[in-house]
Design a protein around this ligand. Sequence first.
Ligand code: TYD
Length: 132
Amino acid sequence: MKVEQIDFALLGDERGRLTVIEENRHIPFPIKRVYYIYDTLPDVIRGCHAHRKLKQIAIVMQGSCDFILDDGHEKVSVHLDSPTRGLVLDEMVWHEMHNFAEGTVLMVLASDYYDESDYIRDYDAYLKEVAP
Ligand code: TYD
């Protein structure tokens, strides 16, 4: 499956680094929600769902983790460890997050408000919906 990543500019000077993300310029949708995952316990696997309509961009602000993306045909693993890189999580892509390094902060920009009815949390149900 095709993996899409967005590289954000690294600005900065002798004082340190700065990265900026602007809606519709760097992110291909209006950002309606931001959430972040942190203090994740070792060996925890998060995600394990797909969204019917939601689009998201995941950015590791600090630390690292591995994403497994699955479009129902193919699975790919993507290692994220940079605050200047966003991983596109399109609708109907099953995603899991593994191997959180201690201190990891994972920020997600989402195209819509939280809506539990948009989630598919059962993998067999996902396979039936994605490729009936
Ligand atoms: P969950 O989707 O299980 O987290 P992850 O997929 O990252 O492992 O979400 C954990 C809990 O937080 C769950 O009860 C739903 C709730 N939640 C919200 O209320 N709003 C949100 O925007 C998100 C992402 C989760």
